[in-house]
Design a protein around this ligand. Structure first.
Ligand code: HEM
Length: 406
């Protein structure tokens, strides 16, 4: 018997821990995840929906390893009812999140051009204009104002709609569908209705752009379908999550502004132009962006990690939130350190599935924070911090409303 097999047979798998969907408020780090991190680098969890249990990796190095390793498949998850947070599970062909290589590259290629650093530079003046118009309205109406309703919600959806090529008259409807889809409230029927509505609309939009030479995402997808690079079904599955992605900025920036408004020392640092980028990255690292964990992967073969055998067919989750608090990489990880450098956080994920919208999200976050703080000097919460209402039963965490005055 080799040393390796001895290790494998002697390891007792960790107990399966229940991870219920808690409605956490503020920017509190999930206490269940904190316990799991303490229990070991590799634990086992059961989430509210789906079947069975899954492995959970929380250490930075392991998260990077698993997300870069083709032995862990996303596509396999679509054939199973893996334990998960979301009540409904209906992955679509074409969705980047569920594609393995080489399909992932083939699918990403048609839309990649719309999300590059260069494309985002070109978008910047238009995005600034959209934001300025929203703030003109806030200033015109005077305090108090709900920043979520007036700025954080309309800004990303309008910007994403510019990038995607959503006609102005359809924007409200598309936003309503998006919100219903990412919410876990309203039950599966409401979510299904919203998905059917949005995906039907996306199909019609892509068809209508088949011969367009524009550079918005729906035009790029229409053209790629025309050239036979992707199917219409794939184009629709690809576009959906991109269309929904803008919502992430609303809630992430909601958490960010809450932190800046409740920690004056951070806000002070944001005023220093050379410190801004660093503070922003530190906040991205610190913010508990989502509830629970994201999408699972399935081991295609046996993999040994920390003396445990992850069996072929076992589902595996990684937690980017936990990796961002790994003390081996981020000393004193629960503290917001505006001088943290280096800061190799994984707030946008890692590996092939790294967030498609990361550069766009970063652009919007920078503009939002800079513009809001600059145009509303003296900005402060209009209610005590503990009375801010937080979103409930959602995948992405953030304030429901952010009442401010100035
Ligand atoms: C994937 C974070 C904004 C589109 C992801 C992942 C994370 C993430 C952690 C998962 C990586 C994985 O599955 O391993 C964020 C954060 C955002 C944000 C923190 C805002 C602050 C956006 C925006 C868009 C977007 C604005 C699009 C307009 C996507 C897509 C994927 C993704 C399509 C799936 C990529 C793939 O699986 O290949 N994002 N995101 N995200 N995000 Fe974002």
């Amino acid at each position: 018997m080799t040393e390796e097999t001895t290790t494998l047979t002697e390891q007792v798998p960790p107990p399966v821990r229940e991870w219920p969907a808690h409605d956490l408020t503020g920017t509190e780090f999930d206490p269940v995840l904190a316990d799991l991190m303490r229990e070991g680098p590799l634990t086992r969890i059961r989430l509210p929906h789906g079947e069975g249990w899954a492995w959970l990796a929380t250490r930075y190095e392991d998260v990077k390893l698993i997300t870069n390793d083709p032995r862990f498949s996303r596509t396999e998850v679509t054939r199973r009812q893996v334990t998960r947070l979301a009540p409904n599970f209906a992955p679509r062909p074409g969705s980047l999140a569920w594609a393995d290589q080489p399909d992932h590259n083939r699918l990403r290629k048609p839309v990649a051009g719309a999300f590059t650093v260069g494309a985002m530079k070109r978008l910047r003046p238009r995005a600034q204009q959209i934001l300025d118009e929203l703030l003109d309205g806030v200033l015109r109406d005077g305090p108090p104002a709900d920043l979520v309703e007036r700025v954080l919600e309309p800004f990303p959806i309008t910007v994403v709609s510019e990038v995607m090529g959503v006609p102005a008259e359809d924007r409200e409807q598309v936003h309503a569908w998006t919100r219903q889809i990412i919410s876990t409230s309203g039950g599966s029927e409401a979510a299904d209705r919203a998905k059917n509505g949005m995906y039907g609309w996306i199909r019609d939009t892509i068809r209508a752009r088949a011969h367009s030479t524009d550079e918005d995402v729906y035009a790029l997808l229409g053209a790629a379908v025309g050239r036979g690079e992707i199917s219409e079904e794939e184009a629709v599955g690809l576009a959906g999550p991109l269309q929904i992605g803008g919502e992430a900025v609303t809630h992430n920036c909601g958490q960010m502004l809450f932190l800046l408004l409740t920690r004056p020392e951070l806000r002070e640092r944001m005023r220093e132009p050379q410190a801004r980028g660093r503070v922003l990255d530190e906040l991205l690292r610190y913010i508990p962006h989502r509830t629970s964990v994201g999408l699972a992967r399935i081991a295609l073969e046996d993999v040994e990690l920390h003396g445990h055998r992850i069996g072929a067919g076992d589902p595996v989750y990684v937690s980017y939130l936990a990796a961002n608090r790994d003390p081996d990489v981020f000393p004193d990880p629960d503290r917001i350190d505006p001088d943290r450098d280096p800061n190799p956080h994984v707030a946008f994920g890692n590996g092939a599935h790294y967030c498609t919208g990361a550069v766009l999200a970063r652009l919007q976050t920078e503009l939002l924070v800079d513009t809001v703080l600059e145009r509303l000097p003296g900005l402060r919460l209009a209610v005590p911090a503990d009375q801010v209402v937080w979103r409930r039963k959602t995948m992405i965490r953030g304030p429901q409303t952010l009442p401010v005055t100035w």
